[in-house]
Design a protein around this ligand. Structure first.
Ligand code: XMP
Length: 510
């Protein structure tokens, strides 16, 4: 959305591509990440002031390796090739790429070897992070080698054509002066460095006003950060012409519906609250299969939403809090090869209801959305909220979802949340919650034998939910959570801790 100065980052499949976008935004420049094979015409439409070619896992000589449209080098804007991006320059402009004797992965030292427009003098002798199997053996004509690490060419440029290439990753924090190098490139492009959360809000609200005209819009609020921030932005643009529908599915955490509803009203959102918990629980009766549960919840949600939306006249748009990672989870560099769980409970709505989508956050990451939310005046309880899946507690009860199971899980989950927050551990965590297992185990309490259910605790660190590490929570914290759950939740006599990362596990259990 919008008329800002734009940097286009072409994604060649590196695990760090999103980080480039993040760093660039931190420097105050707006960027868009596109797949490497995006047609030239589409790229031109964005009027980029600069172009970055990301790294990637392939070798440029491999059959079917992602290629470069040479016309991109003739757009008249500076281009920075990172790792694979540099090798593409070499391949396309008459240089040569060779496989390294061994895959270089990790830290190296950078040595300046010539005058450079891109590299500031202070990078001489600094730490850089490498991750590659190939390197440029002979730079293309017109390029000068500006830095090396041992014998390996680490940077080459053709300052006249404004083409710059580096073999290492400036976007990762292990590269000592990575930020300076990116800043230097952005200065060469002539950026104004004026992108901020404030300017994002101004631009986006102006765009929404223009796009929506005098139509009405609906929004499905979930209580989560994404939909709350999206709705608040739209509210800023068109006020009460947006109706937000907040559904009590009966699958929310303890106290969540009332608490969040009060906040929404306080922020000034036009919210229609609907209690459909009976409908959801009836539909889920006897169902154990995870995908079946998700589908049923999605279907019931659509029913409720459609019924409510039908009561509003002149609705043309549906607001969704889609974020950048949601977009790229469904786009792959090599085509549609990734399959994900049937995510998001409003997926089928736009086509069915003939609504156009309004997704004001689709270029942003979660932490940026949190900053925007704060700027918009949303309280910490919303902006700092951990992600919560659309199907709610239903995917955290393994097996059938019953009112009894929900009650047990709610109690245990509230204890996990309370203790994690009071210990301050939540600041480093992406998510922390309880899962109710459908098995019983034997225990002893007082003088008696118990035979009750098991709670698993899940706590993970992650930057975007696409990969995650299990959190190394302090033993004392785990001990406190465990003893509180076993003594306070009647029906639970054992607590286990999930030590699986993603991949190979997923964050949610279902
Ligand atoms: P997984 O379990 O796939 O989850 O590792 C990744 C992230 O997505 C959240 N999640 C969902 N969010 N609707 C949502 O809006 C869903 O159906 C859904 N399933 C998982 C999950 O909580 C984690 O943050």
């Amino acid at each position: 959305m919008g008329e800002h100065e734009t940097l286009v980052i072409l994604d060649y499949g590196s695990q760090y591509t999103q980080l480039i976008g993040r760093r660039v935004r931190e420097l105050g420049v707006f960027s868009v990440i596109l797949p490497f094979n995006k047609p030239l015409a589409d790229i031109k439409k964005l009027k980029p002031k600069g172009l970055v070619l990301s790294g990637g896992p392939n070798s440029v000589y491999e059959k079917g390796a992602p290629s470069l449209d040479k016309k991109l080098l003739e757009l008249g804007v500076p281009v920075l090739g990172i790792c694979y991006g540099l090798q593409l320059f070499a391949l396309n402009l008459g240089g040569q790429v060779a496989p390294s004797k061994q895959r270089e992965y990790g830290l190296a030292k950078l040595k300046l070897s010539g005058k450079s427009t891109l590299l500031p003098a202070k990078v001489d002798g600094s730490r850089i992070w490498m991750s590659h199997g190939d390197h440029v053996a002979i730079p293309p004509t017109g390029f000068s080698v500006t830095a090396k690490s041992g014998d390996i060419i680490c940077a080459a440029e053709n300052a006249k054509r404004q083409l710059f290439g580096i073999q290492f990753h400036p976007e990762v924090s292990h590269t000592e002066h990575g930020r300076d190098i990116l800043e230097s490139f952005l200065k060469t492009c002539g950026f104004r460095f004026d992108w901020s959360s404030k300017s994002f809000i101004e631009e986006t609200t102006a765009n929404i006003k223009q796009l929506v005209g005098d139509a009405n819009v609906v929004c499905a609020l979930s209580g989560g950060v994404d939909s709350s921030v999206a709705a608040t932005l739209v509210n800023q643009a068109i006020g009460d012409r947006q109706t937000c529908i907040f559904v009590e599915t009966g699958l929310l955490r303890r106290g969540e519906f009332e608490e969040v509803l009060a906040i929404y009203k306080n922020v000034g959102l036009n919210v229609k609250a609907v209690d459909a918990s009976k409908q959801f629980l009836t539909a889920l009766k006897g169902v154990e299969d995870p995908e079946a549960k998700r589908k049923i919840i999605g279907r019931e949600f659509i029913k409720v939403f459609e019924t409510e939306a039908a009561k509003i006249k002149g609705v043309k748009f549906l607001v969704q809090g889609t974020l950048y990672p949601d977009v790229i989870e469904s786009v792959s560099v090599h085509g549609p090869s990734v399959t994900i769980k049937s995510h998001h409970n409003v997926g089928g709505l736009p086509e069915k209801m003939h609504l156009k989508l309004l997704e004001p956050l689709r270029d942003l990451f979660k932490d940026e959305v949190r900053i925007i939310g704060k700027e918009l005046g949303l309280p910490d309880v919303i902006t700092g909220r951990q992600p919560f899946p659309g199907p709610g507690l239903a995917v955290r009860i393994i097996g059938e979802v019953t009112p009894q199971a929900l009650e047990l899980l709610r109690q245990a989950d509230a204890i996990v949340r309370e203790e994690v927050i009071s210990g301050g551990a939540h600041k480093h965590l992406w998510q922390y919650f309880a899962v109710l297992l459908p098995i019983k185990s034997v225990g002893v309490m007082g003088d008696g034998r118990t035979y009750e259910q098991v709670i698993a605790i899940r706590a993970v660190e992650s930057s975007d939910g696409m990969t995650a590490d299990w959190a190394k929570l302090p033993h004392e914290l785990l001990e406190k959570i465990s003893s509180r759950i076993v003594s306070e939740v009647r029906g639970i006599n054992r607590v286990v801790y999930d030590i699986t990362s993603k991949p190979p596990g997923t964050i949610e259990w279902e």
